[in-house]
Ligand binder design. Structure first.
Ligand code: 9GP
Length: 838
């Protein structure tokens, strides 16, 4: 169709030159060249970081030409996907890029010729922590899949100077350390000072008549900041396409005020610069109350405005006009964080491009679609009206107008139903007034999706019920997925090699069909043995890191029972902790107990302001302190809190797991993606029927999944009936013993008060139903222990898990978005449906 780069001699990539060649010699020479001419070092005095940088530039060289072509394709494509997300958590780039470009062997050889160890250079790289957890990680998996499926794509976000904090553990407590990911430079990004947009903030609006005598509104901002594009190419797997990750950094329009300087006001001369740069300075940790955070609203508007202005510019470059914007772009709102885009696009179209309201609204709705990622009421964003007006006075007017028209329609559909009107309104009218961002996203989008089947059902039944009744055709489910490139091939080369030997290499991109072939190996003794050896190797590697990071020596032969994710009461790390105490007591009481040795490993960050979550970390570490030195349970039970859980550590942890803890209260975890990563790496899941666990269990078969606990409906019913956790405590002798032991100060050096807030909550309210689920959790854990003792059967279940998890590739998720929401064609497809209306 003419959009594809020529595959002839003219194709620059085919040329074997210094910056594109894929032979070991070309790579080696480029590393040396980059070391000297980019990093300004000679080999003799180069540090590991210098070599890492030189290698990173060498790999980047090979990406850039592909990138140039991708940008051209983007401009020529009929419709592109733009993924708007306040968070992206791509993880370290080097290993992934080498893998996707298919240059691992040659690079290994090239580095060896220079006396370097490639794997050491790969693990030298830190990571851009530009997200809190799964939401940002999902966005990164989606870019990987979009690039691999050869879809013209731009991911838009914020280039935070400081990402998610690094976590250290001191005396069992979390300590937050500023993340300085840019301290040694970032070889993967390209700064584009020429791609910059002005973003107004604050001030007021005024009305006027334009030259043609038409009534108009003008926004007179209090200040204007500039957003500068910082681009990172995201390579697809074994294709020439790359996706573009474009992150905005805020700067002052005029970084030095000479007027102020001349008047002797030295501080004032740079004040605007400091204030402007603050906008992209730091990522907000989630799980903390949102209202009142003016800077966060400014951040959201800042990146959304830059991104939409950029889309309009690119569209123009391709010869488009604003009135056809929706044919050119499918824009996904990743949660409500970018929902202000609905009002901003209206402003750009109506105020700036002079398009009439009705047409602008049609374009806006055709352009956007919205993914909801949570049902937790505290995570549904709403902004106090006065704050909103202060930051975005023009947008508030636009939202009022959208709301007026919307409620008029609602009134006609439901005459006299003022309660419904109140619930659907974009403005919450309680004692204080708020702008409801989820409602804005829902009204301004043509599609709304949840991220797992159960989540989407609950969305339709609870928080978005009125919208579902109003617009049933807009709702659909797209279950999350993860990239098999990073989360299998890269992080678990041993297992991936076995899979490829068994079923061929197609599974990497077409996992659903191909990997199913692995099933027939589940009963093959030799294959099982090879599978066991790989898992064992992964566990030894993790054990080595645990010992380095925490000083705790663990037995790699033991059952590795792992829970890694953000620390939150609904995720119930403390339920896992109660099980540890029970096992500890049982082992002490009955040394002959027939259970496998177990190492329980935790990892995850708590939001800095979330005191209860931080206390849970302390609780786990305190239990570890007691258990790990008790000779009565030596070699039979160990507890580890692995500090600073992030993408890089995840790559080490998932492949080493035997048992995956997915134990959230049913109805609370929207999807989970860690659950998929574990299972794809051969761990069995112990889990509730929550989020994507439900679908994982269906896929792998109930006999290969350890389910327990109340269902979402049962949780609701229990609460309706009046849940009295105290009764569980009174009726369950073992539970009582555990809780009394905690209260006695046994795990807190005699301090009876330390864990009182945790215990009190469990006995009085138990919002997340730990005590209600405790007996069935224990039963499932016993089952897991017994099953692990029969190694052959365990290995069989492990293999079957992997064989049946192909549907949880993010490629499948992206295909669903493409087919049902975005209606965008692959660059390699001939013909186009993208010119039609979405
Ligand atoms: O809590 C959900 C998590 O279950 C899901 O896997 C992830 C990606 O869809 O989104 C999380 N939600 C948020 O981080 C905030 O809405």
């Amino acid at each position: 169709n003419g959009r594809h780069p020529p595959k002839s001699d003219e194709n620059p990539i085919v040329r074997e030159d210094l910056r594109t060649g894929l032979t070991a010699e070309a790579i080696k020479n480029d590393i040396l060249e980059n070391l000297v001419y980019v990093q300004a070092r000679i080999p003799k005095i180069a540090t590991r970081n210098d070599w890492y940088m030189a290698l990173a530039y060498t790999v980047r060289d090979r990406l850039l030409e592909r990138w140039g072509m991708a940008i051209e394709s983007l401009q020529q494509s009929s419709r592109a996907v733009c993924y708007l997300s306040a968070e992206f958590l791509p993880g370290p780039h080097l290993g992934n890029a080498i893998l996707n470009l298919g240059m691992y062997e040659q690079t290994k050889e090239a580095t060896a010729r220079l006396g370097l160890d490639l794997d050491a250079l790969i693990s030298h790289e830190g990571e851009p922590g530009l997200g809190n957890g799964e939401l940002g990680r999902l966005a990164a998996c989606f870019l990987d899949s979009l690039a691999t499926l050869e879809i013209p794509t731009i991911g838009y976000g914020i280039r935070y100077e400081f990402g998610i904090f690094d976590q250290e553990i001191h005396d069992g407590w979390q300590r937050e350390v500023t993340d300085k990911w840019l301290a040694f430079g970032n070889p993967w990004e390209i700064v584009r000072p020429e791609i910059a947009y002005y973003v107004p903030l604050g001030g007021y609006t005024e009305t006027y008549y334009d030259r043609l005598g038409r009534f108009r509104v003008r926004w007179v901002p209090e200040r204007v900041v500039k957003g500068i594009a910082h681009d990172t190419p995201i390579p697809g797997y074994h294709v020439e396409n790359v996706a573009l990750l474009r992150l905005w950094k805020s700067e002052a329009c005029e970084s030095f005020d000479f007027q102020a300087f001349n008047e002797g006001d030295y501080y004032g001369a740079v004040e605007d610069k400091v204030a402007s740069e603050t906008i992209s300075k730091v990522l907000y940790p989630n799980d903390e109350p949102i209202p009142g955070k003016e800077l966060r609203l400014s951040q959201q508007f800042f990146f959304v405005s830059c991104s939409l202005q950029d889309m309009i510019r690119v569209h123009r470059l391709g010869g488009g006009v604003p009135a056809t914007f929706d044919r050119r772009y499918a824009v996904q709102l990743n949660d409500t964080h970018p929902a202000i885009a609905v009002a901003e696009l209206m402003r750009l179209l109506v105020d700036k491009q002079r398009i009439d309201w009705e047409r602008a609204w049609e374009i806006t709705r055709n352009t956007f679609s919205y993914t909801n990622h949570t049902l937790l009421p505290e995570a549904l964003e709403k902004w106090p009206l006065p704050l909103f007006r202060k930051v975005l006075p023009r947008h508030l007017e636009i939202i009022f107008e959208i709301n007026r028209r919307f409620l008029e329609d609602v009134r006609l559909t439901y005459p006299g139903d003022s309660e419904r009107l109140r619930r659907l309104s974009l403005i919450e009218e309680a004692d204080d007034r708020y702008v409801r961002m989820a409602n804005l996203a829902a009204v301004g989008s043509h599609a709304i999706n949840g991220v797992a089947a159960l989540h989407t059902d609950l969305l339709k039944e609870t928080v978005m019920r009125d919208f579902y009744e109003l617009y049933p055709e807009r709702f659909l489910n797209v279950t999350n997925g993860v990239s098999p490139r990073r989360w299998m091939l890269l992080c678990n080369p041993g297992m991936s090699g076995l899979i490829t030997d068994a079923v061929g290499e197609n599974w990497v991109c077409n996992s659903q069909d191909s990997i199913a072939g692995l099933e027939s190996f589940a009963d093959d003794g030799a294959f099982r043995e090879a599978w066991r050896k790989v898992k064992q190797g992964n566990k030894m590697e993790l054990a080595r890191h645990i010992s380095e990071r925490t000083g705790i020596v663990v037995n790699p032969e033991s059952l590795f029972d792992i829970q890694v994710k953000r620390i939150h009461e609904y995720k119930r790390q403390h339920l896992n902790a109660l099980h540890i105490i029970s096992l500890y007591i049982r082992l002490k009481r009955t040394p002959s107990l027939d259970v496998p040795p177990r190492t329980v490993i935790f990892g995850g960050k708590a939001a800095p302001g979330y005191a209860r979550a931080k206390l849970i970390i302390k609780f786990i570490n305190s239990i570890a302190d007691v258990v790990n030195i008790d000779p009565d349970v030596a070699d039979r039970l160990k507890v580890v809190f692995f500090p600073d859980f992030n993408v890089k550590n995840g790559q080490l942890i998932y492949p080493a797991a035997d048992l995956s803890e997915q134990i959230s209260t049913a109805g609370k975890e929207a999807s989970g993606t860690g659950n998929m990563k574990f299972s794809l790496n051969g761990a069995l899941t112990i889990g509730t029927l929550d989020g994507a666990n439900v679908e994982i269990r269906e896929a792998v078969g109930p006999e290969n999944f350890l389910v327990f606990g109340l269902t979402a409906r049962e949780v609701t019913d229990l609460k309706m009936r009046g849940y009295r956790p105290w009764e569980s405590y009174e009726q369950n002798e073992e539970l009582r013993e555990i809780i009394d032991l905690v209260r006695s100060g046994f795990f807190s050096r005699g301090d009876r008060d330390l864990f009182e807030p945790l215990v009190n909550e469990l006995l009085s309210r138990d919002e997340y139903c730990l005590l209600a689920d405790y007996p069935s959790y224990l039963e499932a854990q016993e089952k897991a222990g017994k099953a692990y003792l029969v190694q052959g059967q365990w290995l069989r279940m492990s293999i079957l898990n992997v064989a049946r998890m192909g549907g949880f590739s993010s490629d499948r998720s992206i295909r669903e978005y493409l087919d049902h929401i975005w209606k965008v064609d692959s660059l390699k497809a001939s013909g186009s449906r993208g010119n039609g209306r979405p």
